[in-house]
Design a protein around this ligand. Sequence first.
Ligand code: GLU
Length: 449
Amino acid sequence: MNAYLSRVIGEVKTKYANEPEFVQTVEEVLTSLEPVIEKHPEYENADLLGRMVEPERMFTFRVCWMADDGSWHTNTGWRCQFNGAIGPYKGGLRFQKDVNPSIIKFLGFEQTFKNSLTGLPIGGGKGGADFDPAGKSDAEIMRFCQSYMQALYRYIGPDIDVPAGDMGVGAREIGYLYGEYRRLKGTFENGVLTGKGLSYGGSRIRPEATGYGAVYYLENVLKHENEVIADKTIACAGFGNVTWGICKKAAELGAKVVTLSGPDGYIYDPDGVTTPEKINYLLEMRSSGRNRVQDYSEKFGVEFFPKEKPWGVKVDICMPSAMQNDVHLEHAEKIVKAGVKYYIEVANMPTTNEALKFLMDSDGVIVAPSKAVNAGGVATSALEMAQNSERLVWSEEQVDAQLRQIMNTIYAMSVEAAEKYGLGYNLVAGANIAGFQRVADAMMAQGVF
Ligand code: GLU
């Protein structure tokens, strides 16, 4: 391997030995950049890679909140402003009990490349808290969000850092966060957050965007194989916002999502999650806070597999859309054995590096990486920022057309980048290279700091 590249990876492995998710993503991304680094010896002198793997800054803060019974609780909040070379830091907030600095940093690093791929002026950031929203009342969520924003508001802004939703943070949380920001700042700077409700500056299609974008990207992959999406069966994981968007768009295009999963297991619905009743039920399951997919099997009389994952079910397409490291080598082996042709990552880093390599090396399996596939969400957030700064609201058709265009371009850029460096049809390396190039150019142009 290129000496500079392997030195940077080695340093990250030693320095961040206690941050396994972060090390994993750095290793995956940097390894695929080898042909680019070979061609650009000037990057080493400017220590471009060493600077890229170090966040520009990262905050840790205390978040205290009062439960309904009057007791006080303390959580930890984080915001990582990973890379601002091409635009204000941009990325979601994740509220989940096992969130830690390694997870926030891996997400921030991925976000930098993803946001670059969108072609829009957004840098990479991520944040969150080790707060468990499950079972919390609405008033508790509101107090938590208000306290969270009290700690964060000085460090964000429409031209500084623009947080959004991620797991555990949806439109309701964004509403409370924005309300508190507005109260503290005394200005209507709604470009400070995205994923807002329509009544105060949200964008049409933003709730659907990640799922829709993933399906638009998938259509490009299918087209390359002279196939169409109609009649395809899809295995999804999770039942959150992203999976909901995939179900909706897939159903509209005549395909069907046949599996959903949760921490309790997975369901198999041979007729597909295709009717409005079933699709809307996903929203109900999420807002119930029960975090169980078994509810779906009880409601619609389909099979439930407790404590199992849907990897190995016979489908045309797998779309892991739940969380990081959901698919391990043993699952990847089952996926290949089941004859799945398309492995389309959706959640951030859903595949272990070992499993990813196995899938990419398997004959007849096409692998697409999450940073490209799920970029439609953050891209639509950037469109929301544009609408906010213009003080305009775009129509559903306008936003959807731009989203589709962006996804087509991400796909085309990835294909082109891999080909340019002699890697053939490699969507994973292509996305890393294309995302890297824009950030690298901006960092080289702006001098060393
Ligand atoms: N959390 C989403 C992501 O991983 C959306 C971020 C955003 O809209 O800023 O890309």
